[in-house]
Design a protein around this ligand. Structure first.
Ligand SMILES: NC(=O)C1=CN([C@@H]2O[C@H](COP(=O)(O)OP(=O)(O)OC[C@H]3O[C@@H](n4cnc5c(N)ncnc54)[C@H](O)[C@@H]3O)[C@@H](O)[C@H]2O)C=CC1
Ligand SMILES: O=C(O)C(=O)COP(=O)(O)O
Length: 534
């Protein structure tokens, strides 16, 4: 295998970089602080890209990244990656969701306390020699017995809530994906809307991803619902807050102040409107994940994830693919080659312009997570149409969707004569065409083509011959192949008695020429000949 080249374009821990450097199949370049133009220029030669929040992985970068297979985000937020473009280009995007949870929760909590107690302005006052003036100016707010609204009760939100409860706050959460059971476990009140959470709140802290739905989730109307003298804390993403509305609410005296780690535009300019407020403000430069511990965690995790994906195909923490850890990969890995082959057989033998592609599972396989096998069948099918590497397991569902091809997966526990069976089927205008395969011993086999039982390898040069079911035709085909110097490695015959025809799956040592395929097609009694190379 040629070496996999990884570019690390934002600073990650040395331990993570060394882990990649020490792998014999990986070559790593650390090149941080690149301009967008510089990144565009060098990205075409890399298979993997490791980033934090600075590097913008735009549609333009992804279009230029012709060899790129994976982007690894050492951290949580992937709003700096054009996820749809990545998926369309077949690039997997992974993050490291757990490594910086505690650090970020701790910083957000610190920002709340700092804003409440004027730590920033008071510190500056002491250093400026204004001790008595600072003592007078910076009377604070207690958080004990106050009502905290947490918007987004995921990993960081939950850690913040635990700390707040320990400090005597009552907690209300708005998170449409939070179950009542989890809310009960966390001992938090569950609000039905952001408005309900904010009404009567003394502090709000934000822990949601930045999406079209969450942009400006904190606006003038919602700030007005909070209690007078409330605080706003944001350690998630700047765009969650309408900063102009926040500034106006603080200036009006309704909101006391804010603790912010993130800004609508980063880096913010020195004359950012919120920076000239006199008190109850605390600002940090996007430091949530910047601790020794968090950086070591996410640096190691991202390096391991990228290494494993590029060298073994294991998928962890992907945001545009189902994940597949080593255990699951070893459980279904053997079926992936079979799945590719089923897809390719469908493409060559099935009807043109089908309406849908279906994959169904019989036997024990029906109880496993088969989503990657189904994707692989689909990918094998679509690769036949786009053999230039444009389709892979990441983008095949999107490609199918764009083509209007419906994809269906089903599991059928009814037994077949095989312990496990994968059936891949194309449907068009109500008509069905199917190919089925299984693993016999250690060996994946195609065992059925269009309801006729065969037994053949999944890879090789195949000639699929349909002919009248009468004497002499197999001999005729065999001698024609022999005269063309083509050696038969395996032959599987099936007959369709009711229709009076037969199917031969002939495996050859070398691929047949177009001329021999054409001349066999014209032979008497031969109905069709298809060459498939897998
Ligand atoms: N300042 C910094 O350096 C850091 C910032 N972050 C940011 O913190 C945020 C949260 O991170 P985690 O807690 O690890 O993520 P998470 O995925 O564990 O939690 C996010 C929560 O938001 C909820 N959610 C999604 N859409 C929502 C909506 N429309 N309204 C309300 N809730 C919604 C989800 O159900 C989930 O529970 C992310 O945006 C991440 O980018 C994370 C780490 C460091
Ligand atoms: O993990 C996140 O979402 C963060 O915002 C951390 O960003 P950073 O890796 O410090 O650039």
């Amino acid at each position: 295998m040629a070496k996999q080249r990884i570019l690390v374009s934002d600073p990650i821990s040395d331990i993570g970089v060394d882990l990649l450097r020490n792998h014999p199949e990986i070559e790593v370049d650390v090149n941080t602080g690149l301009s967008p133009e510089e990144l565009l220029k060098i990205i075409p030669s890399y298979h993997g890209l490791i980033i934090r929040s600075q590097t913008k992985v735009t549609a333009e970068v992804l279009a230029a990244a012709t060899e790129l297979k994976a982007v690894g985000r050492a951290g949580v937020g992937v709003d700096n990656v054009d996820r749809d473009a990545a998926t369309n280009h077949g690039v997997i995007v992974m993050n490291t969701p757990t490594g910086n949870t505690i650090s970020t929760a701790e910083l957000a909590f610190t920002l709340m306390l700092s804003a409440a107690r004027n730590i920033g302005p008071a510190h500056a006052g002491v250093l400026a020699g204004d001790f008595p003036a600072a003592r007078k100016a910076y009377k604070g707010i207690e958080i004990n017995n106050k009502r905290l609204a947490v918007i987004g009760m995921g990993r960081i939100g939950a850690e913040f809530a635990k700390r707040a409860q320990a400090f005597g706050m009552t907690v209300v959460a708005y998170d449409p994906f939070l179950t009542q059971a989890r809310a009960d476990q966390l001992k938090v009140e569950l609000a039905e809307s952001p408005d309900a959470a904010l009404t009567g709140a003394d502090v709000v802290t934000l822990h949601v991803p930045m999406t079209d739905d969450t942009k400006h989730i904190i606006n003038a109307d919602r700030l007005a619902l909070m209690n007078k003298g409330a605080l706003v804390v944001n350690c998630a993403r700047g765009g969650l807050i309408d900063e102009a509305a926040l500034k106006a609410a603080i200036e009006s005296g309704h909101i006391a102040g804010c603790g912010l780690d993130v800004y609508e535009d980063e880096p913010p300019s020195a004359d950012h409107p919120l920076f000239n407020l006199p008190k109850h403000v605390s600002f940090t430069p996007h430091l949530g994940a910047s601790t020794n511990e968090a950086q070591e965690n996410v640096g190691i995790q991202v390096a391991e994830q990228l290494r494993d994906f590029l060298t073994t195909g294991e998928i962890r923490n992907a945001i545009n693919m189902p994940s597949l850890d080593a255990a699951a990969l070893s459980e279904i890995g053997g079926y992936l080659d079979l799945a590719t082959s089923l897809g390719k057989f469908l493409a060559k033998l099935g009807p043109a312009n089908p309406d849908s592609i279906r994959v169904s599972y019989h036997g024990e396989l029906a109880e496993k997570d088969t989503s990657l096998i189904s994707r692989t069948v689909l990918t094998g099918y679509l690769e036949a149409a786009r053999p230039d590497g444009q389709v892979n397991i990441v983008n095949s569902p999107a490609v199918a969707r764009d083509m209007g091809l419906e994809t269906v997966e089903s599991t059928i526990t009814a037994q077949t004569e095989y312990a496990e069976l994968i059936v891949a089927e194309l449907r068009k205008d109500g008509k069905k065409f199917r190919v089925a395969g299984t693993i016999i011993g250690q060996s994946p086999r195609i065992v059925e083509i269009d309801h006729l039982f065969v037994d053949t390898n999944i890879k090789g040069n195949f000639l699929i011959v349909r002919n009248d079911d009468r004497p002499g035709i197999v001999g005729l085909v065999g001698s024609a192949l022999g005269s063309a110097g083509l050696n038969i490695a395996n032959l599987s015959l099936a007959r369709n008695k009711s229709e009076g025809n037969a199917l031969n799956v002939i495996e050859l040592d070398t691929s047949p020429s177009a001329e021999i395929v054409a001349s066999l097609s014209d032979a008497p009694g031969v109905l069709s000949v298809t060459a498939i190379e897998i």
